[in-house]
Design a protein around this ligand. Structure first.
Ligand SMILES: Cc1cc2nc3c(=O)[nH]c(=O)nc-3n(C[C@H](O)[C@H](O)[C@H](O)COP(=O)(O)OP(=O)(O)OC[C@H]3O[C@@H](n4cnc5c(N)ncnc54)[C@H](O)[C@@H]3O)c2cc1C
Length: 377
């Protein structure tokens, strides 16, 4: 039986615990530890939770698309089982993303289009004229055109976390230890404060691991959650704007997540007036029905990020550190979790993620000092 510890019950820690338990079943015991209680509203709940392999690849790296496509498939494989076991419905809007701009911002939209054409296969994106856009999303009929990425969507993270909470309550092999900060652990399976030794220790502390990781930073993000009875938009929408780019991720019952600021900062204090004004005025320009929307909450959180903006899986003996999910927790975590499980099983051929780092010295956390290799090479 594998005795597994997961430090950090954020998005990644929860997904790992769930998938490891599904994979090994009674052959494993999982200890999930977090510094906060299980109701803490962390980064994964602040997120818009879009799964957007193509529109996100445009702003980041080509590999985003590859990892994101795999995650999209995995979400579709995994969520039905979780719904069955827990009885929770997990809304997963998969109507795609529309990218629009106001006429005066057309150069920004065109720049996005050029980058997208260079990265995204032609069958994954489509140019909609005004009529096609009006047919697809009648309330955006005022825009002249859109780029449409059909295979993108957004998960209701509130639904997902609620379902996982029930799953963990039912799972006899998972112990969830709350309100327990852990910062001392070694590569040989020992964690300070725990008597037993673990076969595998996952460090999933997100921003909490900052002191141990070179080249790591936090990127502040702020979102608004609104209830807009006059708005009925079914797609994720990205508004191209030179200063205030905006996305909306629809939830059930006319709720929308509006995001997001992206600020190089460690400040996790509440949303500023300036950010709130920028987000909400850009939103109002998208559709005037948002003028009568009710602001349910304004939320901020820090995205755990490496300098490369890419995630990293670092393996040192029994310690696996997974971090740097940046703005791609929902987009990347399923693929990374699946690769890590394949790695534990010794099935290297099933590992796709190229940024596995195998290190021999626990002190080394600079990617330049590591032996980096393609995991499936
Ligand atoms: C505004 C915003 C919008 C976003 N939108 C999207 C999106 O649309 N799509 C997408 O894919 N991603 C999005 N993200 C990114 C996503 O939320 C993150 O990538 C993801 O939550 C990171 O998961 P994580 O588990 O690595 O870190 P976290 O979710 O931050 O979890 C880390 C956990 O570790 C715990 N911890 C920390 N230190 C310790 C310690 N010493 N001991 C014990 N426990 C500890 C914390 O309490 C926390 O529970 C967004 C993020 C933000 C902020």
């Amino acid at each position: 039986m594998k005795n597994i510890a997961i430090i950090g019950a954020g998005l990644l820690g929860r997904l790992l615990a769930w998938r490891l338990n599904e994979h090994y079943q009674s052959d494993c015991h999982i200890t999930l530890v977090d510094q906060f209680g299980r109701d803490h509203f962390g980064t994964g709940l602040v997120a818009a939770a879009m799964v957007a392999p193509y529109t996100e690849a445009v702003g980041t790296e080509a590999i985003t698309q590859e990892i994101g496509e795999r995650s999209m498939d995995l979400w579709n494989d995994w969520l039905p089982g979780l719904q069955t076991v827990t009885g929770h419905h997990i809304a997963f809007q998969q109507n795609g993303t529309l990218v629009v701009s106001h006429p005066q911002d057309d150069p920004v939209w065109r720049r996005f289009q050029i980058k997208a054409q260079a990265l995204v296969p032609p069958d994954k994106m489509q140019l909609l004229d005004q009529q096609a856009l009006a047919d697809a999303e009648p309330q955006l009929a005022g825009f002249l055109k859109a780029l449409y990425f059909a295979r993108e969507g957004a998960i209701s993270n509130l639904d997902l976390y609620a379902a996982l909470a029930d799953y963990f309550n039912q799972a006899v092999n998972i112990d969830w230890i709350e309100n327990t900060p852990v910062n001392e652990f070694s590569t040989n399976g020992r964690i300070e404060g725990f008597d037993n030794s673990f076969d595998v220790v996952f460090d999933c502390r997100g921003n909490g691991a900052k002191a141990d990781l070179k080249g790591f930073r936090s990127v502040r993000g702020e979102v608004a959650r609104v209830h807009a009875p006059e708005v009925d938009i079914k797609h994720c929408v990205r508004l191209m704007h030179p200063r205030f780019p905006l996305y909306i991720a629809p939830r059930a019952n006319h709720e929308y997540i509006i995001g997001a600021t992206q600020i190089e900062s460690d400040d996790d204090s509440p949303v500023t007036v300036r950010s709130g004004l920028e987000l909400l005025s850009a939103l109002y320009s998208l559709h005037q029905g948002f003028g009568e929307a009710h602001i349910i909450e304004l939320l901020s959180a820090l995205r755990p990020t490496f300098m490369s903006n890419q995630p990293r899986i670092e393996i040192n003996n029994k310690l696996l550190r997974i971090n740097g999910l940046y703005r791609h927790g929902y987009l990347f975590a399923p693929a990374l979790v699946s690769d890590v499980i394949a790695h534990l099983d010794g099935e290297q051929a099933a590992v796709h993620f190229p940024q596995f780092i195998f290190s021999s010295e626990s002190e080394q956390h600079d990617s330049g000092q590591h032996q980096q290799r393609k995991a499936n090479a």
